[in-house]
Each structure stands twice: as structure tokens, then as C-alpha cells.
Design a protein around this ligand. Structure first.
Ligand code: NAD
Ligand code: AHE
Ligand code: ZN
Length: 380
């Protein structure tokens, strides 16, 4: 049905801080170098809640949120060669054009081609494909997966095998890939080295996935730090060697940094912030080994929040870095992660603790805040 507008259901965020409402939306046909996808499943990530809260400086309304989705290509615009109708795909909020300065640098997975319009909530030609009640709706992170049909740039989608159910592959669209990639791609020079001592702050979907990457690369100690005691068994299940709850396990006068330094004979080789808390980020940096320890920021902090430490921490060889989507180049590398899942080398099923239908999507946001939820998958 190329060329026709489709009317379908979508969860619309009309304003910051309000529940989403399920609406009939019109989804325009894909234009040149665009792809229309029927979304089957989407995860809900904290970044969706962050933007909905109104704390994201790039957040604008009304908008169709969602960036962790999988579906099937329904139609393609002129000039699209990378996918065809019927392909099973994962939407990519970190696109990969393979020709911009970023893509060609060999130094980053960030792509510059459409970042400006993506941040403005429009397609690369500056217009929206979503209409509701006569108004244009904004796109989100170039993906907008909280709609039964969405339109994305052809560089923002990767075809994958149809052998893995889409309620699993959707989770590779953000959380799992982000944590796993941070350990096997971003850390060090293309992944953390065998024997490295690692500390991971925050054992949500992202932190648990960092554990998986650390295990894959043969880390030594894998210490998980979380204030939620229920995360201890989760961390162990994924391969953590130690668990510290700073709210309960520290000695009188001891802080988490001191504890980690003591546990690792002078500091960790790699630490990861998977909380988005700027105070945690400081502890994570300062728990790094003098001379070479590296701290990777993954968590997203609200507008106005800033990180700080004594410059001496960096002068003495600790390094601060960060990554989006784990440093993974989606079109080139996501199929390998799907293969790892098929080979039993990457856990995905275990992350699905909750499920909702599209009409229950607000409950999915509630579930996410509840502490016993790793990921809620929404059946569109
Ligand atoms: P989550 O809420 O499921 O997990 C966070 C964990 O941190 C929870 O278990 C919580 O108990 C723990 N925590 C909170 N405060 C803590 C503290 N002071 N000390 C120790 N542990 C603490 O979240 P998630 O889905 O795993 O995402 C983690 C963060 O990563 C979020 O900020 C999210 O927005 C961000 N994120 C970033 C990217 C990226 O590309 N950079 C991608 C996905 C998610
Ligand atoms: N718009 C926010 C930044 C949010 C952010 O950092 N997003 C990450 C992905 S989080 C996925 O759950 C990201 O991709 N960052 C790189 C980029 O180019 O946006 C703000 O604070 O302005
Ligand atoms: Zn996300």
C-alpha cells in the first residue's frame, strides 16, 4: 500500500508529565529514503520517561515517544535499498549513514547525518509523518515506536533475521545493546581486557547487560553496586562476582569508593554508571585505579545536572568517557548481537519481567518505576 496514509493506534504524549493517551493517528507514506514500519513490540526505557517528564531539553510536545521497537517493513520510499517490504527490522535511534564524518572516523558510533532534525522531532526533510486531530505530532529519537506504524529514515533501521521473535529483538533496540556494547566496544580500546576488575553502578536492564559484556570479555571481579537489595540475585544470575548495597553494606565512616578501592587492590580497571545519578558518576570515576582506570557514563541525567570531581583525579590517570547505544553501529553490528542471542551467548528473554498491551502503556511506565521491573514489553 505504498503511497497511502494509514490510520492506526498510537500512544500520544500531548504534554509533559501527563499520561499518554491512545489515539487514532494518521501515518503518512514514506518519502524518499524513508521506511514505514509496522511495529509489533516495543520496550519502554527510562529515557522515554525522562523525556515525558519534561526534563529533557530536547523534549517537545505533542510527540509519539518510544525508541526500543521491532517490526516489519510495510512500505519503502524512493531510493531505499537497505531494506525491503516484509523485512523484520529493529529501529535505530543511533542511525548509521556510513558516509558522514562521524561514520567514517572509525572512532564513534554517533552519526551526524540527521541528528539535527532528529532532535527537533521531524523527519530529515523537516516535516512530520504523524497527524492526530488535524495537528502534526513530533517524532522521537528518529523512531517513535509507540505507534502501530511509524516512519523512519532508511539509515535508522536495520534488517535482522525473522527467526527471533520480535518481543525479544525489540530489546536490542536500546537497553541490552547499550550495556553490552559499553563493555565490549566502548571500554578500553574496543572492549575491556580479560582479567579486568569492573564495577557496575545500577543493575537495571543496562547494568545487567554490562555484566553480560564483562563476562564475555573475561573480566576478573564484576562488582555490582545497587541500593535495591532485590538486585543482588539479578546481578548474580547474570554473572556478577560481588554485590554491594551502599545503603546497607558499608562500615561506619566508609564510602562506596573506598570499599571498591579496597576490594580491587587500588581501584577498578573499569567502572560504569548505569543510574543517571551525577553523584554516583563521581563515585564511579573515583573508584577507578590510579594511572589507567576508566569510567564510562551511560546513565542520562536531567537538564541542569552536572558532574564534578577534583581535576587531580584525571591528572593522576583516571579517565572519564561515555557512550550512546553502547558504541554499537546499528546497521553494521546489530545482526551480530542477534546472532549471539541465537547462539545462546547473549541473554535477552530474562529481561522481560512485565508485559502490557498498547492500551496498558501507562501501566508500563508505572511498572518501570516499581523496582521489580527490568523491562516491560508492550504488544502493539
Ligand atoms: P533502571 O532504573 O532499570 O536501573 C537503574 C538501577 O540503578 C536500579 O536498579 C536502581 O536501583 C539503581 N540505582 C539508583 N540509584 C542508585 C544509587 N544511588 N546507587 C546505586 N544504584 C542505584 O534503568 P535502566 O533502564 O537500566 O537505565 C539506566 C540509565 O541508563 C538510565 O538513566 C537511562 O536513561 C540510561 N540509558 C542510557 C542509554 C545510552 O545510550 N547512554 C541507553 C539506555 C538507557
Ligand atoms: N536529549 C537528551 C539526551 C538524551 C541522551 O543522551 N540520549 C542518548 C540515548 S538514551 C537511550 O535510552 C543518546 O543517544 N545520546 C546521544 C545523542 O546524540 O542524543 C538531553 O539531555 O539533551
Ligand atoms: Zn533507551
Amino acid at each position: 500500500t505504498t503511497g497511502k496514509t494509514i490510520t492506526c493506534k498510537a500512544a500520544v504524549a500531548w504534554e509533559a508529565g501527563k499520561d499518554l493517551t491512545i489515539e487514532d493517528v494518521e501515518v503518512g507514506p514514506p518519502r524518499a529514503h524513508e521506511v514505514r514500519i509496522e511495529i509489533y513490540y516495543t520496550g519502554v526505557c527510562h529515557t522515554d520517561a525522562y523525556t515525558l517528564s519534561g526534563k529533557d531539553p530536547e523534549g517537545a510536545f505533542p510527540i509519539v515517544l518510544g525508541h526500543e521497537g521491532a517490526g516489519i517493513v510495510e512500505s519503502i520510499g524512493e531510493g531505499v535499498e537497505s531494506v525491503k517490504v516484509g523485512d523484520h527490522v529493529v529501529a535505530l535511534y543511533t542511525p548509521e549513514c556510513k558516509e558522514c564524518k562521524f561514520c567514517k572516523s572509525g572512532k564513534t558510533n554517533l552519526c551526524g547525518k540527521i541528528r539535527t532534525t532528529q532532535g527537533e522531532g521531524v523527519m530529515p526533510d523537516g516535516t512530520s509523518r504523524f497527524k492526530c486531530k488535524g495537528k502534526d505530532l513530533l517524532h522521537f529519537m528518529g523512531t517513535s515506536t509507540f505507534s502501530q506504524f511509524t516512519v523512519v529514515a532508511d539509515i535508522s533501521v536495520v534488517p535482522i533475521t525473522d527467526k527471533v521473535p520480535m518481543d525479544r529483538t525489540c530489546l536490542l533496540g536500546c537497553g541490552i545493546t547499550t550495556g553490552y556494547g559499553a563493555a565490549v566496544i566502548t571500554a578500553g580500546h574496543g572492549g575491556l581486557e580479560k582479567g579486568s576488575n569492573v564495577a557496575i553502578f545500577g543493575a537495571g536492564c543496562v547494568g545487567l547487560s554490562v555484566i553480560q559484556g564483562a563476562v564475555k570479555n573475561g573480566a576478573g571481579k564484576i562488582i555490582v553496586v545497587d541500593v535495591n537489595e532485590a538486585k543482588k540475585s539479578w546481578a548474580e544470575k547474570f554473572g556478577a562476582t560481588d554485590f554491594v548495597n551502599p545503603a546497607k553494606d558499608l562500615k561506619e565512616g566508609e564510602n562506596i569508593t573506598q570499599r571498591l578501592v579496597e576490594m580491587t587492590d587500588g581501584g577498578c580497571d573499569y567502572t560504569f554508571d548505569c543510574t543517571g545519578n551525577v553523584h554516583v558518576m563521581r563515585s564511579a570515576l573515583e573508584a577507578c585505579h590510579k594511572g589507567w582506570g576508566e569510567s564510562i557514563i551511560i546513565g542520562v541525567a536531567a537538564a541542569g545536572q552536572e558532574i564534578s570531581t577534583r581535576p587531580f583525579q584525571l591528572v593522576t590517570g583516571r579517565r572519564w568517557k561515555g557512550c550512546a547505544f553502547g558504541g554499537v553501529k546499528g546497521r553494521s553490528q546489530l545482526p551480530d548481537l542477534v546472532q549471539d542471542y541465537m547462539d545462546g551467548k547473549l541473554k535477552v528473554d530474562e529481561f522481560i519481567t512485565h508485559r502490557q498491551s498498547l492500551s496498558g502503556i501507562n501501566q508500563a511506565f508505572q511498572d518501570m518505576k516499581a523496582g521489580d521491573c527490568i523491562r516491560c514489553v508492550v504488544d502493539m
